[in-house]
Ligand binder design. Structure first.
Ligand code: HPA
Length: 293
């Protein structure tokens, strides 16, 4: 079984990993709910998107074998099964983070569980600080690339296959689906929603950045900075799931004036941008199902 304690999953064997994923899947299956097609991760302040899920069943992470509780404010820690725009989905309402002391395998575990339940695509969301000078607080960004700064240990995939993402030297191709990105941009235009496209950089956190760090990350070519998402995107790509990822820009990094970012501000702005993101995700799912909401 996947050890419950943070940071001790790195030596797990492939057989133990698969057994842990199947135990979580069997627990959820035993409740005789639907088979999801899409997995949805709801990040900081975005958990209210789960309110749009119909015929929803909420399962606290604590009850699911192998799931790690999340301690971050704004993360409810529930797996939700139900329908969004007529599509059966599994939503992860809140995530655990590397800064909570979890290994990347722990953070990736729920994605493997969603895949084992039947989900073949991942839509993931996060709150992020805007580095691109065109960005404003409350804007949305769709990820087309990322920079993994989740040091001291990079986000590796669990030991389940010889897929290139598992190798120590292989460079992943972009996990972000270009057709889905185009569709999201087209639907955002129709809905009059500001949707930027850009590169997300993940740091370990848990503190927000200094002005110098914001400046450095901007010079790296990043458009937004956060503390999550990359491990789960890599897990989904390893499982050959289609991936789409959104950042809500909850604060804009000022490299000129000292400015403090608070987690409350991040959660509040995430909540304020929630309805636009909800509309956009609903439209994307409608397109998949061919049904109006
Ligand atoms: N930095 C890192 N993570 C974040 C930020 C930020 O400015 N805003 C929201 N998540």
């Amino acid at each position: 079984m996947l050890p419950r304690k943070p940071n001790d999953a790195s030596s797990i064997s492939a057989a133990e990993w698969i057994a842990s994923v199947h135990a979580a899947r069997d627990f959820v299956h035993a409740q005789r709910l639907l088979q999801p097609q899409i997995a949805l991760v709801l990040g900081s302040g975005l958990g209210e998107l789960a309110d749009a899920i119909v015929h929803a069943t909420f399962i606290p992470y604590e009850q699911i074998p192998g799931f790690s509780p999340t301690h971050a404010h704004g993360h409810a820690g529930q797996l939700v099964l139900g329908y969004l725009s007529g599509v059966p989905i599994v939503a992860l309402r809140g995530r655990s983070h590397r800064y909570e002391g979890y290994s990347s395998h722990h953070v990736q575990f729920p994605i493997h569980c969603c895949h084992a339940l039947g989900a073949r695509a991942l839509i993931t969301t996060n709150a992020a600080g805007g580095l691109n000078t065109r960005f404003q607080s409350g804007d949305l960004m769709i990820l087309d690339s990322h920079i993994d700064q989740l040091w001291p240990r990079r986000s590796t995939a669990p030991p389940v296959s010889a897929h290139p993402l598992n190798s120590t030297c292989g460079r992943p191709l972009s996990p972000y689906d270009p057709h889905w990105i185009d569709l999201a941009k087209q639907l955002a235009r129709q809905e009059d929603i500001v949707l930027h496209q850009g590169c997300y950089l993940a740091t370990l956190g848990p503190t927000y950045e200094t002005r110098g760090e914001y400046r450095m990350f901007r010079s790296f070519g990043a458009d937004a900075v956060g503390m999550s998402t990359i491990p789960e995107v890599l897990a989904a790509a390893q499982l050959q799931m289609r991936v789409l990822a959104f950042s809500v820009i909850t604060n804009v990094a000022s490299t000129e004036q000292p400015q403090e970012t608070s987690h409350d501000e991040v959660v509040e702005t995430g909540q304020a941008a929630g309805p636009a993101l909800r509309r956009l995700i609903s439209r994307i799912l409608e397109d998949l199902s061919g049904q109006p909401d």
